[in-house]
Structure formats: C-alpha cells, structure tokens
Design a binder for this molecule. Structure first.
Ligand code: NDP
Ligand code: X2W
Length: 344
C-alpha cells in the first residue's frame, strides 16, 4: 500500500479522486486538505463516500504531513502547486498536479495565458506531461506530473494518429469542442447556474482559450512541425462530458483510416476506437477513464472528421491522474479505473 495525499479535496476533481481511489487496491488516502472545510468529515460533505472514508476529515495543507505521503495530488487552482511542489519533491514525495501549473514548457507563455508570473520555472524541465498514450515511459520514471487538461486530452487523442503519420495538413486543424458544466469547477459562478446553463448552449474563448497553447504544444510534438489550430470550446447543458469534433484536411489518399486508428491505439487501455460509422456519445464514458473515438471521411472527400468523447472529470482529470500514479508506482495502469461507464 502507498500513502497518498490530496491538496484541494472539496472541488469536483478532488471528490472524483476519492471516489476512484476508494476502489484502488494499493492506495490509502491518508490526508485530504481544505482550508475552508478543515475539521469537516469527508463523508459529511460527500455522502456518496459514506462507508469508504469514515475516519478521514479535511485538514490544513500542512507541509510535514504532506511530505509523509508517497505521492500528493494537487486538485487546486492554478498557482498553488507552484508554491508547494518543490519542497515536496526535495523531501522525496512525488507530485501529480491536476492544474495547469506545469503543462506548458515555456514559463513566459504560461504567464501570458494565466495572467501571473510562473511560480516555479526551475521545475519545468523535469515535469512530465501526463498523457500516457504519448509519454508512458517518461511517466514511469517521473517525480512530477502535469496532468493534461480536459479539452487537451480529447483533442490530442483524436488527432494523434493523423498528425503522427503526416496524413493531414498541420496548418489547418480545427477542434470544435463541447463541455459539461463541471468543467468550470465547483465554485459558485453565474454561468454555471441552472437557469443560465440549462436549455442553452454557447461558445466561449473563441478568440483564444488557455488550452490553445497546451493543445498546440502537444500536437506540434506529434506532427514534428508547428501546428495551425483553431480551437473553440462550448458550454453545454450537461453535468459531465466533453465532445470534440475534429477536422483535418487530407494531404492525399489516406488509405484505411479506420485501420490507422485501430493500430495506433491497439495497446491503449484507456482508448476505444469504435467501429467504422460510429458516433460516440458522452454518456458512454460517464464515470469511466475511457476516451472513445470514431473516424469518418464524409463522401470520401478531402476532409477527415474525428469524434472524441471523454468524461472531463475522469479521463479529463482525476482518472488520468490515477493512470499516472499507477505507472509511476509500477501498478496495473488501470488499477482503480476498471468500472464501466454509467448508462443512461
Ligand atoms: N473540473 C474539471 O473538469 C477539471 C479541472 N481541472 C483542474 O483541476 C484543478 C481543480 O479543479 P476543481 O476540482 O474543479 O476544483 P476547484 O478549483 O473548484 O477547487 C479547488 C480546491 O482547491 C482548494 N484550494 C484553493 N486554493 C488553495 C490554496 N491556495 N491552497 C490550498 N488549497 C487551495 C480548495 O479548498 P480550500 O480553498 O478550502 O482550501 C478546493 O478544495 C483546477 O486547476 C482545474 O482547473 C483539470 C481538468 C478538468
Ligand atoms: C466548462 C469550463 O469552464 N471548462 C474550463 C476548462 C476545464 C478545465 O478543467 O481546465 P483545466 O484542465 O486546464 O484545469 C474552462 O474552459 O476554463
């Protein structure tokens, strides 16, 4: 058994970590923090966890107790892991950060998009971008993981086979994405209110969203050249889920696209390439760590369309964070993550 701590346990990704880790055979959650709820029992705040963490209460993020853990997850707003990760690493505790603090390799670019100076640029070189489908070997040996964002996970998984094989024009890639409202976090915000978000849908960040540089960084690596990406996220009236519709312009005759996708993800436990002609639904991944993909070539024309769905809180955050933990500690990669999606 390893001992694990969670900083920021009251948000949606924090409680999702607890839900998934309750089924993990090799992990004990020994510490969970919330400054505003310190002293409150976890199962009082989250009754779905009653019977699983009855002795666990939220506490202050005490550095001594965090350093006594084998690994610490940060499920906190941007900037918090900058302040605490260095000290934990120096004391031998591994860090898995669900925020964007270590995702961009360029500290100045991070500062531009996140509106504050980067708090720990000295750790950027060592941080490993935690997308197992790209970085599995590096993750196994990592001490510091930057868990990818939710949109970046869906978009990169959908486009990797096409860009890695040079089949599409890297200068003209389009990602049209929809998210459920839990993507905005648990904090009270007017756009997340029932009367604002239900029965309606809207785009946002069309002129530039902070996930754009993160997605571009990953796709550029896959393509081996700079990628021209248009990324437009939308808020949709669902609780969980991301649906990405991805468009690429084919460079020539692509061969069998279905076979390309099936080959690329044949050994990937968290990616399901659906049969030709499929239209994956977000509900088919709700609560599960799976990304389901389908590839289409409408009218045998020069455009390829990829459909990708994930649960933003699982493959888009906490499930993927646990996949990383499993790789770092030599556990089965999908330990704790085996439950099928909830449907309906
Ligand atoms: N929601 C989603 O779908 C996804 C979210 N993420 C990212 O995961 C992170 C967590 O998001 P989410 O779960 O929505 O949570 P919230 O941002 O809603 O929750 C934040 C948690 O962090 C704690 N916290 C806030 N400030 C500090 C601080 N300075 N020091 C210590 N703890 C602090 C809060 O507790 P308290 O203030 O009481 O200490 C709370 O428990 C964010 O970076 C988010 O962008 C990533 C992928 C998907
Ligand atoms: C619907 C919604 O508001 N989504 C969030 C992104 C979700 C997210 O979790 O972003 P990180 O993974 O980078 O933390 C947004 O657009 O800012």
């Amino acid at each position: 058994m390893i001992k694990v701590g969670i900083v920021g346990g009251t948000g949606y990704t924090g409680v999702e970590l607890l839900r998934l880790l309750a089924q993990h055979p090799q992990v004990e959650v020994t510490l969970i923090t919330s400054r505003s709820e310190a002293g409150v029992a976890v199962s009082d705040m989250y009754p779905n966890l009653r019977g699983h963490y009855d002795d666990l209460a939220f506490g202050e993020p005490d550095p001594e107790r965090l350093a006594a853990c084998d690994a610490v997850f940060f499920a906190t707003p941007h900037g918090v892991a900058h302040a605490l990760a260095g000290d934990l690493l120096a004391r031998g505790t591994r860090v898995i950060d669900l925020s964007a603090d270590f995702r961009l390799k360029d500290a100045e670019e991070w500062a531009e998009w996140y509106g504050q100076p980067h708090g720990a640029p000295e750790l950027l070189e060592e941080a490993v971008y935690g997308l197992p489908e790209v970085n599995r070997e590096a993750i196994r040996g990592a001490r510091l993981i930057a868990v990818p964002g939710c949109y970046p996970t869906a978009v990169q998984l959908g486009l990797l086979p096409l860009l890695e094989s040079g089949l599409i024009d890297a200068q003209h890639v389009i990602a049209d994405c929809k998210s459920g409202v839990t993507g905005a976090g648990r904090g009270a915000k007017v756009p997340s209110l029932l009367a604002e978000a239900s029965e309606s849908m809207k785009a946002y960040g069309a002129s530039g969203h902070r996930h754009l540089p993160e997605i571009r960084q990953g796709l550029t690596r896959a393509a081996g050249q700079p990628v021209g990406l248009t990324f437009v996220p939308h808020l949709t009236p669902m609780i969980r889920g991301i649906h990405a519709t991805l468009y690429g312009r084919l460079n020539g005759e692509p061969g069998d696209l279905q076979a390309l996708f099936e080959r690329r993800f044949a050994d990937e436990p968290a990616v399901d390439v659906m049969p030709a002609g499929s239209h994956p639904e977000t509900r088919s991944v709700k609560g599960s760590d799976i990304c389901r993909l389908a590839v289409h070539r409408p009218g045998d024309g020069d455009t390829v369309v990829v459909l990708a769905v994930i649960d933003n809180l699982v493959k888009g955050a906490s499930g993927q964070a646990i996949q990383n933990l499993n790789l770092m500690f030599g556990f089965d990669e999908m330990a704790g993550l085996g439950a099928p999606a909830l449907m309906p």
